[in-house]
Design a protein around this ligand. Structure first.
Ligand code: MN
Length: 147
């Protein structure tokens, strides 16, 4: 049993370390933290909690593994493939294999979401210049993405 602590600073759990989302400079992102809630022997998945600060965004990326996401704090938008959706409390987002995706928080509050992944998974791919040019052919996506 692990107690949750919710505060204006963020949602945390006793004994669960709050990590930087990714190593700075490794991939473009802004103001995201990562906590691993469940992992280990007997579980073929990892269950994480991400928190994106107001105005922040996750890396635009794709990979073979899928994401099963539930928003549990705040609001924002997500790009999944060709579609941009507003997202809010308890909405579910499925990110299929090899599908470009990015999550962005609104300007006024953090966006927090649970994300289930395979424990063993491939590394994310970042968009090449060609990929970006392809994505930007859609004006909505061109306006949305942060890279
Ligand atoms: Mn991803």
């Amino acid at each position: 049993m692990t107690k949750n602590k919710r505060s204006a600073q963020g949602y945390t759990w006793e004994g669960v370390a709050v990590h930087a989302y990714k190593t700075e400079g490794q991939a473009p992102f802004k103001a995201v933290t990562r906590q691993v809630l469940f992992e280990g022997e007997g579980l073929a998945a990892q269950w994480r909690y991400f928190e994106v600060a107001p105005g922040g965004y996750t890396t635009l990326e794709r990979h073979q593994h899928v994401h099963a996401v539930m928003v549990i704090r705040g609001q924002g938008h997500c790009l999944v493939g060709e579609e941009i959706h507003p997202i809010g409390l308890f909405d579910l987002v499925w990110v299929p294999p090899l599908t470009w995706h990015q999550f962005q928080a609104t300007a006024d509050e953090p966006l927090g979401f649970l994300c289930l992944v395979n424990a063993e998974r491939d590394r994310p791919q970042l968009p090449s210049e060609d990929d970006l040019a392809e994505l930007r052919r859609n004006p909505h996506i061109a306006k949305f993405i942060r890279v």
